[in-house]
Design a protein around this ligand. Structure first.
Ligand SMILES: *Cc1c(COP(=O)(O)O)cnc(C)c1O
Length: 360
């Protein structure tokens, strides 16, 4: 079966080599040697701001909202994974959606200002499929209105924009190291932040607020990762160049062979070094999408409707008045194609042929 993604597994020996260190140390969690080493290696690899490795990519969003003291209205994108919106609601804030750019698929920065009210406190936007938001325009708006900026950068591992790690933009950026993501630790994620005071708050809050064993800086939660997960990260990281070059070949194949008279793909923002994290196609209608999906499924090829539905339409979000025409339309017509190390040229040829025959 060909699925939308397959988790990258390093050689078992490489993982075992890391596990042996854990057995020697007799230390499983609470920021052990492997977690600290992975943090250092990732910071060097990404050339990013200081980072804190976390247990997943969702809790960091909640911590960021909480620690920035955010209440009231949070401006956000309707086109993302549900965690972006659910974190806002989980923190008792109100999501105020702003529609997306039809080609970049990120929040439409030109529509943000009209959505700002006296209750607006922050912007939480997603670098969709690793494609950067218009970070400079967003930063300018944040300055003008005194808002904080959080980026859900779950897909942005290794992406640079204007030569700099995309994780370095915004007050706080978060990433996910989930098994389905480009770089993974099974479950895992990270917080990135350049401001030292804010970094310190994020840091203690991810470990119950501890200031040593007996004192507390303030409120916290448990967002720590274990040594077992860090071991996976340390075994995967040396393969990143291979992972990226293999994925690039697949993306190049799709770009060359898909019939762009019938469909579109995401346009990468200029001055971006992208990470080949997802390959979305956008077809003219939902009916065509369902037809393409069925034809692929009939051949044991399982793409994913990512992202669907548009988040403003989820019932518990309870924002029936916030209609988002671009996001709702794209969400109905977008399909993420198989993209993983090990996908063969014959399989790619089969996928492309089926799509080109059915996308009309
Ligand atoms: C995967 C993902 C998350 C959640 O990350 P987890 O590590 O699964 O908690 C959040 N936002 C986006 C855009 C994602 O794709």
């Amino acid at each position: 079966m060909i699925t939308v993604t397959k988790t990258f597994f390093p050689d078992l020996k490489e993982y075992e080599k890391q596990l042996e260190r854990i057995w020697e140390n007799k230390w499983l969690t609470n920021r052990g040697e492997l977690v600290l080493e992975l943090e250092q290696k990732l910071t060097d690899y990404l050339k990013s701001n200081s980072m804190i490795i976390t247990n997943n990519g969702t809790v960091p969003l909640q911590i960021a909202l909480k620690i920035l003291g955010k209440q009231g209205e949070i401006i956000t994108t309707p086109f993302s994974y549900v965690a972006t919106t659910s974190s806002i609601i989980w923190e008792n804030c109100t999501p105020v959606f702003v529609d997306i750019h039809p080609e970049y698929l990120t929040i439409d920065e030109t529509k943000i200002e009209a959505a700002i009210t006296p209750k607006t406190t922050a912007i939480l936007a997603t670098h969709v499929f690793g494609n950067p938001c218009e970070v400079e325009a967003i930063e300018a708006l944040a300055q003008k209105y005194g808002l904080k900026v959080i980026y859900d950068a779950a897909h942005a591992f290794g992406v640079t924009y204007k030569g700099e790690s995309l994780f370095n933009y915004g007050d706080v950026s978060t990433c996910s190291f989930h098994a389905t993501k480009l770089f993974h630790t099974g479950e895992g994620g990270a917080l990135f932040c350049k401001d030292r005071t804010l970094f310190h708050k994020l840091f203690y809050s991810h470990n119950f607020g501890h200031n040593g064993p007996l004192e507390f800086h303030g409120l916290g939660i448990n967002a720590k990762i274990s040594e077992l997960q860090a071991a996976m990260g340390l075994a995967v990281l040396p393969h990143m160049e291979t992972i990226l070059s293999e994925r690039k070949k697949i993306v190049d194949f799709y770009n060359l062979h898909l019939d762009f008279n019938q469909l579109e793909t995401m346009i990468i923002r200029p001055e971006t070094t992208w990470n080949y994290s997802y390959y979305p196609i956008i077809v003219p209608s939902e009916a065509i999408l369902l037809k393409v999906q069925k034809a692929l499924n009939d051949n044991n090829i399982i793409p994913r409707r990512y992202f669907y539905p548009s988040l403003n339409t989820i019932e518990y979000v309870n924002q029936p008045d916030q209609s988002m025409p671009v996001s709702e339309s794209v969400a109905k017509r977008i399909l993420s194609l198989p993209l993983y190390v090990g996908l063969t040229e014959e399989e790619l040829q089969q996928i492309v042929t089926i799509i080109n025959q059915n996308a009309c």
